[in-house]
Ligand binder design. Sequence first.
Ligand SMILES: [Zn+2]
Length: 383
Amino acid sequence: MQATLQPLLVDHHVHGVVDRPLDRAAFELLINEGGQPARPGDSHFDSPVGLAILTHCGPLLGLHGERSPEAYLQVRSLLGAETVNRRLIHAAGCAALLVDTGHRGSEVVGPTRMAALAGVPALTVSRIERVAEEAAAHAPGPQEWLDGLGRALADAAATSVGFKTIVAYRHGFDLDADVPGRDEVQQAAAGWFDGGPDRLDSPVLLRHVLHTALDAAAERRIPVQVHAGFGDTDLTLHRADPSVFTPWVREFGRRGVDLVFLHCYPYHRQAAYLATVFPHVFFDVGCMFHYTGASAGTVLAEAMELAPWTKLLYSSDAFGLAEFVYLGAALFRRALDRVLGGWVDAGDCPADTAADIHAAVCSRNARRLYRLDLDPTQHEENV
Ligand SMILES: [Zn+2]
């Protein structure tokens, strides 16, 4: 195969991978966002993501010809989790990984291990609601939690390249953007501590925590990633439409905090619109490359219809499986080549402009937004 010059990607939103052997049931649970087994007699492999794994990851594990889930999982288990993780993550060709540490952290490896597997820097993105919950778990009571919340978020901001919020999961984007009153917050905190405190889903406290996090993000000049659209069954999809978050988008802007909508599907056009009209809004269609597989080019083309290419970032949003770190990168690269190639072939875009757009979306936009100080010699490699 002829060597081509490919820019290394900045994967600006990824999770850790599982570093233990996975049987078929456990593997299938990780390839469907719903987190439940397929109906009896059915398989999650019978989907675009299953097809993409067998088609594109099989050959990397040395499997040629045979395309069955049984053969794939057999070769995966013979190679072992360490080899599989290293090979697939390395093949993704990333310059840096920005790792969200707040989701099922005990099941997957952390940033240090991800850095070792990838051979590149892995930096931390802290989940706002998780920081608040951990602070609550260590606080003797609601008042102590409220008193220490600002410090806990400031400390997290100091060791993170970005924050992430999951208010779309915990309530929905139809969350009042006004700062809640002091009495209201104290009452809600007392109620939360009466029950645990466990999962943070009080609308008043979610607002209070997010406003407090915006102070910490503004102070440290770090962006806030916002889960939007596609997710697991904990989500009510229409309440995760980024356009519903517009009052908060304005609030982020007033506070001088950059906002990055993640995933967004099927509302990636709404996210693209917001990124077009608000200078501080960015977005990606992360996790849709592996989940839509053969149709990834369509999703990316829609994401690129309107938005400035300085506002679009790359992420895999891989969780648990190194397959997704690789597939995200490989399918994204192919989709981007197809979209930009189409623009050039139609006479709509000069080739040198297409090359510049390519570099921006793959890496430059993320480097600027997160102020990443990466080794400049790592920009390109032969693959
Ligand atoms: Zn994620």
